[in-house]
Design a protein around this ligand. Structure first.
Ligand SMILES: [Zn+2]
Ligand SMILES: [Zn+2]
Ligand SMILES: [Zn+2]
Length: 349
């Protein structure tokens, strides 16, 4: 950087294939951030070399919150102190009140494990957790525990597809080797469970998943923990708060295997209370497939560049849930249950 004005700085970087944008007369090199841009990499590519001051004030294509400006501040490359002065008058850097970033986030010590610091946040926890920062975080002191708290996305199909196939096979064997016909009495109707009945039962299990997804996300993950009960604050943070605090952390997005196993066992047990075992198994397979689709969709709409209108719309919807309307838009793999429960985020097409 030679202090020869931002235009040459910009030109040099663009020539090297860097992804730069201009905001309020300053140059930002966002190459390293592009993949994590919640609105999608394609928008940054579309505005490469251009002034984004206006579009970042607009609601469209997506609103930019204080967190966005806080992240952006890190990528400024035309250092004012090096240049001394500018031809175009005073550079208007992003005012401190305009953004929220790790530098202004002094409530926690980012160099230390976060879990043990959560209870001390008290009344400030709930607002803090909804102010996202672009970083990865450490939850626990012990490496062993820390390893299990993270999970790359591909672990979801690697672990759960074989479990679903195994359970489907068990279900089929249970039905076909049963000495007597397997009977089920939902709502007083007597049904004989045949291998063909597995199809509608799996489908029904999948529908039940979509309801679970909504219910868990809305009432468990987004319950507001009272600051007088530190254990509930910690639970909130580990279940979902961490994903809202660091939404760009790739290893803290899908469910880690250990908590997913606990949820799966509870759901299978619950089905087993209400239905004969083969029926519970078939429904569980459907629910598990629904979960796999959900978690992969969640990862994809965060980090992928959707090329169908449906997924682009889901991405915009979920970005709004993260950055603007945390009390709306609980459907992630579909918006379906947001309609009957009245939690649809308006104006997302
Ligand atoms: Zn954006
Ligand atoms: Zn959420
Ligand atoms: Zn998310």
């Amino acid at each position: 950087m030679g202090g020869t004005g931002d235009n040459s700085e910009l030109r040099q970087r663009l020539r090297k294939g860097r992804l730069c944008v201009i905001h309020s007369g300053n140059v930002y090199d966002v190459t390293d951030f592009a993949d994590r841009h919640p609105g999608g990499k394609e928008w940054l590519e579309k505005y490469v070399g251009q002034d984004v001051t206006r579009i970042m004030e607009d609601q469209s294509p997506h609103k930019h919150t204080k967190a966005a400006f806080g992240i952006m501040a890190k990528y400024r490359v035309d250092d004012v102190s090096e240049q001394g002065h500018k031809q175009n008058g005073e550079p208007q850097s992003l005012g401190k009140d305009k953004f929220y970033s790790m530098e202004t986030d002094t409530l926690v010590d980012w160099s230390k494990p976060i879990m043990s610091q959560i209870p001390s946040l008290g009344d400030e926890y709930y607002q803090w957790v909804h102010e996202p920062v672009d970083t990865t975080l450490r939850l626990f002191h012990y490496d062993f525990v820390e390893t299990f708290s993270k999970c790359p996305w591909f672990m979801v199909p690697i672990i759960w597809v074989p479990v679903a196939l195994f359970m489907l096979l068990r279900c089929y064997t249970n039905i076909t080797t049963s000495p007597e016909p397997v009977l089920w009495h939902p709502f007083g109707i007597e049904l004989t469970v045949t291998p063909v009945a597995m199809f509608p039962l799996v489908f029904f299990g999948g529908v039940l998943w979509t309801f679970c997804e909504y219910t868990l996300h809305r009432w468990l993950f987004h319950m507001r923990p009272p600051s007088s009960v530190p254990i509930l604050m910690s639970l909130h943070f580990i279940l979902h708060g961490q994903h809202h605090k660091t939404p760009m952390d790739r290893k803290r997005l899908v469910f880690p295997t250990v908590p997913a196993t606990i949820f799966a066992t509870l759901i299978l047990g619950l089905y087993g209370l209400f239905a004969p075992w083969p029926v519970a198994q078939a429904m569980f397979v459907g629910t598990l497939i629904g979960y796999i689709v959900y978690d992969l969709t969640h990862y994809y709409i965060h980090h992928g560049t959707p090329f169908t209108a449906y997924f682009r719309s889901l991405k915009r919807y979920h970005v709004k849930h993260h950055f603007e309307q945390q009390q709306l838009g609980f459907g992630i793999s579909s918006k379906f249950w947001d309609y009957p429960f009245g939690t649809v985020i308006p104006d997302v097409d």
